[in-house]
Structures are given as structure tokens and as C-alpha cells.
Design a protein around this ligand. Structure first.
Ligand code: PMV
Length: 346
């Protein structure tokens, strides 16, 4: 007997960053992210339970992709208690991303959340349950996704989500993310994220190594406290549409703190590139000159996420084309926006 499932799942961009973990993929501080729309993974999974030769076969766009195996294998091992059939199954995964792999666009977020969706769907089929996309079901998926990659647990909710125990946020937990779309002003339901690809190469240092670095950083506790303060402020700021200046201040500070952490360990490293800095300076100058509320955030890589309300996208796009495109590798950028979360594919 063979079971199949196909899902599209998006990437997400954290505004309040998760950097530092303990236990089994548990965060040291809560994070808040926008779910993206255009940057996603399409995944097809086939499972043959009780197979004569159990194992994991990974393909990327139809071609063998052994490089993804260690991370997916670790994910499957962590799921053993939740999905006991997995260990004796032959699993085939074929996926494709709509964005360059490993360039600080959270490919693990979209890929691991897509895998979690397929696995939860197949678990329902195996146990004769009709999958209902209930709140409980999606939280279960988010918990699974967290075991693959922490940030992945935030990708399964539309618009915005919070992961990690957060003061004054009922139901927030370190175990899985929760939806945060109803609590944010309509302004943030159509926020634009133009992703400027400064480099599409592989990251030189993995995010696992970055999380590890936090364990020996003298500023770690200060950073976790700062993230907790920032998320409290951001939650209030995003409830209304008239506090965008404060939104900008927190987003940019969080982005630069993430990279400052990488630069301040015993074995420091730098993931931003000269063009990342050039773009940041252009953003500050453009905002000063035009009063257009555009700001940047960064993931664990050199690319710049340019955020603005939808009503400003025309001038911002013009400015990207005339001024910022020179800093993008091969002139490439990805026009993205807040999105509605995963979609089951037929
Ligand atoms: O999900 P991981 O373990 O790859 O960590 C990702 C951490 C950041 O992307 C840098 C920040 C975040 O909260 O997404």
C-alpha cells in the first residue's frame, strides 16, 4: 500500500529574530514573522509503510539530492515518537523551491513545513482520519515542523505568526507557533517584501552553528531579554496602522542585532556583504528624502528584505529598479508580500 501527499508551503521572514535554542529545538526567546507568498516549496511525498527496504530517498526537481538527506533524516528521527510508522517506511520526497537555495531565504522553513504538512496528512490517511484543517491540526503540523527547523513552525499560518512563550499572549508556547494575523492591523495583511538577492551562493556558516554560538556568548541573556521586550512593543505597534515609524525602528534594530551577534562570538563571522551595507545606507537616505516608510530586515545571510506597505510599492519598485538593482547579484530581486500560508496541491 502506498500513501501520497503534496503541499506548497511558504518561507517566512522573522521581524523579531529567533537566534539561540536549547533542548529539542526550543527557542530561548519568542519570535514574530511575516509569512511570505512567492517564496515557497512545492513538495510531493510518497510513503510505503512496512517496506522491505525502509529508507529515505530525496529528490530536488526530479533529480537526486543527497545533500538534503542529513537534515531530513534528523527531522525524521525526532518525529519517531509522533509517527511510529516512519521508521519502517520507504519515503520518497521530491520538492522544488521558487527561490535560490541556501541564500538566507529560509529554504529550511518552507521545506520543513511542507514536509510536516505531507507527513501529518499521510498520518491521517494511515489512521483512517479525514484531514480537517482545524486549528488543532495546524498546531500539530507546526510542532512537527519545529522539529525539522525552528523557523519552519511559523510558516504554516497566514500573514503573521508568533513562536515561543510570550508574556500576555495566550496560547503562545515554545512547542509550536500560533497564528497572529487577526491581531495585526489590515495594513500588515498586505505588506510588501522585495527580496534583494545580494548573493545567491550557499551560506558559509549554517544557522545551526549560529544558534550554537549563542551558548558561549556573554551577551546572550541580554539579547534574549531584548527580544522579549521588542516582541511586546511590536505586538502593540502592529495593532494599529499609525505606528509604522516604531515598526521600522524595531525591524531594523532586530536585523542588525542578529548580525551583531554573529560578529561578537569567540569565532566571529560575517554573513553580510559590502552590497548589504550599501543597500542599508540607501534605505536610510531614501526614507529621509521621501518620508516613504520603507525599511529593511535581514535573515541569516547577505540578502536584504525591503519592507513597505502595499500603498507605497509603486515608488519603491521604481527606486529598486533605478538605484538598488545595481547591488543585486545578476540584478535579481524577488517581489514578495505577506501570504496566506500553505496550500494542499492535488
Ligand atoms: O530555523 P533555523 O534553525 O534555520 O533558524 C533560523 C533563524 C533565523 O532565520 C536567522 C531567524 C528566524 O527567526 O527565522
Amino acid at each position: 500500500m502506498q500513501f501520497t501527499s503534496s503541499w506548497r508551503s511558504p518561507s517566512n521572514i522573522a521581524l523579531i529574530k529567533y537566534w539561540g535554542k536549547h533542548g529539542i529545538q526550543l527557542p530561548h526567546n519568542p519570535s514574530l514573522s511575516f509569512t511570505l507568498s512567492e517564496c515557497h516549496t512545492n513538495m510531493h511525498m510518497q510513503v510505503m509503510p512496512n517496506a522491505s527496504s525502509p529508507g529515505l530517498d530525496l529528490k530536488y526537481d526530479g533529480k537526486d539530492a543527497p545533500a538534503f538527506r542529513p537534515k531530513m533524516k534528523a527531522f525524521f528521527d525526532r518525529l519517531a515518537d509522533h509517527l511510529p510508522w516512519l521508521a519502517s517506511s520507504a519515503v520518497l520526497i521530491d520538492s522544488v523551491n521558487t527561490f535560490p537555495h541556501g541564500a538566507g531565504i529560509a529554504s529550511s522553513a518552507s521545506a520543513m513545513s511542507a514536509a510536516a504538512l505531507c507527513l501529518a496528512d499521510i498520518d491521517d490517511q494511515l489512521n483512517g482520519r479525514v484531514t480537517s484543517l482545524s486549528n488543532e491540526w495546524i498546531k500539530r503540523v507546526s510542532r512537527f515542523a519545529r522539529l525539522g527547523s525552528g523557523s519552519a513552525c511559523r510558516s504554516v499560518f497566514p500573514i503573521a505568526s508568533i513562536w515561543g512563550k510570550t508574556a500576555n499572549v495566550e496560547e503562545s508556547t515554545d512547542e509550536h507557533a500560533i497564528s497572529w494575523s487577526e491581531q495585526v492591523s489590515p495594513l500588515y495583511h498586505d505588506y510588501r517584501d522585495t527580496i534583494l538577492i545580494v548573493s545567491s551562493g550557499e551560506k558559509s556558516v549554517s544557522s545551526s552553528a549560529g544558534h550554537e554560538l549563542m551558548n558561549s556568548l556573554p551577551y546572550a541573556q541580554t539579547r534574549y531579554a531584548e527580544a522579549k521586550n521588542n516582541i511586546q512593543s511590536l505586538i502593540e505597534i502592529m495593532r494599529t496602522e499609525d505606528r509604522v515609524e516604531e515598526f521600522i525602528s524595531i525591524c531594523e534594530s532586530e536585523a542588525l542585532q542578529l548580525h551583531a551577534l554573529m560578529m561578537s562570538g569567540k569565532n566571529p563571522y560575517v554573513l553580510i556583504e559590502p552590497n548589504t551595507i550599501s543597500i542599508i545606507k540607501e534605505v536610510w537616505q531614501y526614507r529621509k528624502e521621501t518620508n516613504i516608510p520603507v525599511c529593511f530586515t535581514l535573515d541569516a545571510g547577505p540578502n536584504v528584505h525591503l519592507l513597505c506597505p502595499a500603498s507605497f510599492i509603486v515608488p519603491v519598485q521604481d527606486w529598486v529598479n533605478t538605484t538598488l538593482v545595481q547591488y543585486c547579484a545578476g540584478g535579481v530581486y524577488i517581489p514578495d508580500r505577506t501570504g496566506n500560508g500553505p496550500v494542499k496541491l492535488i
